[in-house]
Design a protein around this ligand. Sequence first.
Ligand SMILES: Cc1cc2nc3c(=O)[nH]c(=O)nc-3n(C[C@H](O)[C@H](O)[C@H](O)COP(=O)(O)O)c2cc1C
Length: 158
Amino acid sequence: MGKFLVAFFSAGGVTKQVSSKLASAIGADLFEIEPEQKYTSADLNWQDKNSRSSVEMNDKNSRPAIASHIDNISEYSHVFVGFPVWWYREPSIIDTFMESYDFSGITVVPFCTSGGSGIGNSGENMKALAKDANVISGRRFTGSVSEGELKEWANEVI
Ligand SMILES: Cc1cc2nc3c(=O)[nH]c(=O)nc-3n(C[C@H](O)[C@H](O)[C@H](O)COP(=O)(O)O)c2cc1C
């Protein structure tokens, strides 16, 4: 039996809710990927091409700083990484997260929430940033997903 971590970034709370349910469903530890500089609602305005999120997502090299750190990541067999879809992919802060650790020997399982888009190429992007990780294909959930559904999905990958 492995040890599981659910690490998530959530700007509006939906991914946080799903992450808490997943952690409780599979007995995982929970870790919030907190930006050093929190996103304001103006930052999140996707209709403004000059908003912080638009600028970051337009730059593949953008790496927003993370305020928190996991000291014992090597203890985990599986790290579930949750995020909201931004512009059809993982937010840049997830790229920062993937580059921040040595994931060798760890299975990384992406999952997301969104307004309707699928997880897209997020898994491939994440794999490219953490070459030692075994990144498996991820899934999108709605905020109302049940613990039971999450458990069933997680059991297929752990
Ligand atoms: C900057 C930004 C970009 C977004 N881009 C997409 C998108 O491409 N496709 C989509 O379905 N939803 C998109 N959304 C909606 C979020 O993915 C969705 O509301 C998500 O559940 C929010 O999760 P959170 O509350 O954990 O932050 C976007 C939201 C923001 C703020």
